[in-house]
Design a protein around this ligand. Structure first.
Ligand code: ZN
Ligand code: ZN
Length: 421
């Protein structure tokens, strides 16, 4: 694309992002179909990605666009009954497509505060209806049946939320800068830079898998938590092979290695180190207490009601589905910015997630066997909500099945012998 699009940043960076997304993130194959979801505002990137996809020999590319005013119209004028329903058919269609080797791309640019002024009860009901309806499609993604990728675009409302003191134009420029550098597409050869980064993530995974820890012990201010790991768990991170045989890299950026905790073996207390933004509400000062895997006591200094509602979503929402390690020195963490966006905030700090586990995080492929996942300790829930517990004061030890204690993190960083430059 050559015409002047009036963007407050160098549009060539979008060409790079599109190239990295198709060639590295998705690794889209000749003849493969692709479904893209995005906001209307991200069209400058969507158009480039679609072009890049067809140049790479894509089959059918389908784009589904969302718009803020259209989303809000429902809250303003929609009838009561409509808040308990979602278009199931579209998610069934997506599930069918993913089952037939269609790749999936999401472009994240949303205004994190879009629903903050809306009736929380309606937000929660519609959120639940959407979770139920989208489950068939989501499961194909969490089971890693096809290659998928998520990248970001500097949306104007998002940018203003992250940099409230800057003008809109300045805020977009600044957010764009952070997105491009965190996504590691600034150098002269982004794809080889990304490959090198993913090699490092792989080395850390292999180190952790070599120990096959029985649990992790976290200590820090307000935190003394033991997280048992699922039986037969495997650490994952960075590029890996989807079940359709295609090696892809789901998140750009990514800094985490992660695995599945044991739903019944988490004990102690933990304090969040960053706010959690959930459905337009900022939840601050989260402190919870676990017993035998379940949160038995929870509080938050701000947004507590929304947090408690979230915990009561279903039987699995008080238990953990993910544990992830991210060094405090990660580029996103060093930017010192709160992004109000999971893709960025979860890559800034060690985190845990309430709810659904990743069924791919097991040594043996048990992802299509819910009973085996449950027996191994994998949690199941309609939600998967990440929140940050890492800081420069966090220490983590691994505990082997023989009871040996192995330092993993000291003061928020990988211990020396496994830290890779
Ligand atoms: Zn994670
Ligand atoms: Zn997560």
């Amino acid at each position: 694309m050559t015409e002047d699009e009036g963007l407050p940043f160098d549009p060539k960076m979008l060409d790079r992002m599109a190239n990295v997304c198709i060639k590295f993130g998705l690794n889209l194959q000749h003849g493969q179909d692709l479904i893209i979801t995005s906001t209307v505002e991200s069209l400058p990137l969507v158009r480039r990605i679609v072009e890049e996809a067809y140049r790479a020999g894509a089959g059918v590319v389908t784009t589904l666009l969302s718009d803020e005013e259209i989303s809000l119209a429902k809250y303003r004028y929609g009838n009561e009954e409509s808040f308990d329903r979602a278009p199931e058919w579209i998610f069934k269609g997506m599930a069918e497509a993913f089952g037939n080797n269609t790749a999936r791309l999401a472009i994240s640019a949303d205004n994190p505060m879009l629903l903050s002024e809306q009736d929380p009860e309606k937000v929660s009901r519609l959120g639940k209806a959407m979770s139920i309806a989208s489950k068939p499609a989501m499961e194909r993604i969490t089971n890693f049946e096809t290659n998928w990728n998520i990248v970001s675009y500097p949306g104007s409302k998002w940018a203003k939320q992250v940099f409230p003191k800057l003008s809109e134009e300045e805020a977009i420029r600044k957010l764009a800068e952070v997105i491009f550098s965190a996504s590691r597409i600034n150098g002269s050869d982004p794809i080889s830079d990304l490959r090198a980064h993913h090699e490092n993530l792989k080395k850390r995974q292999e180190w952790l898998n070599g120990y096959s820890f029985s649990s992790l012990h976290y200590t820090g201010p307000g935190t003394d938590l033991t997280i048992g790991l699922a039986d037969g768990h495997a650490w994952k991170g960075g590029a890996s092979m989807a079940k359709n045989g295609i090696i892809c890299s789901p998140n750009i950026p990514t800094e985490e290695v992660f695995t599945t905790p044991h739903a019944n073996r988490v004990d102690g207390f933990v304090k969040a180190t960053k706010p959690l933004v959930h459905r337009g509400t900022i939840i601050e000062g989260i402190e919870v207490c676990f017993e035998k895997g379940k949160i038995v006591k929870a509080s938050a200094s701000k947004g507590e009601e929304v947090f408690l509602q979230l915990l009561d979503t279903d039987n699995g929402s008080r238990r953990l589905g993910e544990v992830a390690l991210v060094p405090h020195s990660s580029p996103i963490s060093q930017s010192g910015v709160l992004f109000y966006n999971t893709l960025y905030d979860e890559n800034a700090a060690c985190h845990i997630a309430l709810g659904q586990c990743y069924s791919k995080c097991f040594i043996e492929d048990i992802s299509s066997n819910p009973k085996a996942i449950e027996n191994s300790g994998g949690n199941s829930s309609m939600i998967h909500v990440d929140w940050m517990i890492g800081s420069e004061e966090l220490d983590i030890d691994g505990i082997t099945r023989e009871g040996e204690i192995v330092p993993i993190f000291r003061k928020g960083e990988w211990v020396e012998d496994i830290s890779i430059p």
